[in-house]
Design a protein around this ligand. Structure first.
Ligand code: MN3
Length: 223
């Protein structure tokens, strides 16, 4: 494998003499663990397929391009170029990170989608939000209120040791807290099915939230 890799890097280095391919990890579109249509009727198969194959793939492609250019700028010690590339890294790197979490935060009903939180996560939700219903109501309301494109998040604040709801614009990744559950409120996530009714999307999405995955992320965040 390493021989194969270094042979590939050599070929790339020859064909693109200024790129630092060998030192740049290549990001890939993750597979989904369910079919595109499996989240219906909450999210249509058409939305899922376009969202995953087109939108997420574009973030991955552009992230890899940005990282390659960044490695080249770093190699040349071109600080201005490194700074110039940062918005591209933030947007596409954020898009890749956010969607990679989002797909795992969802599950069809027959794989546990919509089953309420249990264990340590359930306890933490009740401590920090009063009840599971309150959490859903607050996360919905704040996600609906995001102006333009962005995300609503349930995150774990490691310093305060508590769950928090945080919204982010565009594809800015959640970095102030450990991301547990992200809700994509870009129009591409719901418009084909719900039109401009973001609130209806936020009502229906709870039937396919994978709280088991959110709970695993919560437990990992304790370490
Ligand atoms: Mn999206």
């Amino acid at each position: 494998m390493s021989l194969f890799r270094s042979a590939l890097s050599t070929v790339s280095a020859i064909s693109r003499p200024y790129s630092a391919v060998a030192s740049t990890a290549v990001h890939k579109l993750p597979n989904l663990s369910y079919d595109y249509a499996a989240l219906e009727p909450a999210i249509s198969g058409q939305i899922m397929e376009t969202h995953h194959k087109k939108h997420h793939q574009t973030y991955v492609t552009n992230l890899n391009n940005a990282l390659e250019q960044y490695a080249e700028a770093e190699r040349k010690n071109d600080v201005a170029q490194m700074i110039r590339l940062q918005p591209m890294l933030k947007f596409n790197g954020g898009g890749h990170l956010n969607h990679s979490i989002f797909w795992t935060n969802l599950a069809p009903k027959n794989q546990g989608g919509g089953s309420p939180p249990i264990g340590a996560l359930k306890t933490a939700i009740e401590k920090d939000f009063g009840s599971f219903d309150n959490l859903k109501q607050q996360l919905s309301a704040q996600s609906i209120a995001v102006q333009g494109s962005g995300w609503g998040w349930l995150g774990y604040n490691k310093n305060a040791k508590r769950l928090e709801i945080i919204t982010k614009p565009n594809q800015d990744p959640l970095v102030e807290a450990v991301p547990l559950l992200g809700i994509d409120v870009w129009e591409h996530a719901y418009y084909y099915l719900y039109g401009p009714a973001r609130a209806e999307y936020l009502k229906q999405i709870w039937s396919v939230v994978n709280w088991k995955n959110v709970g695993e992320r919560y437990e990992a965040a304790q370490k």
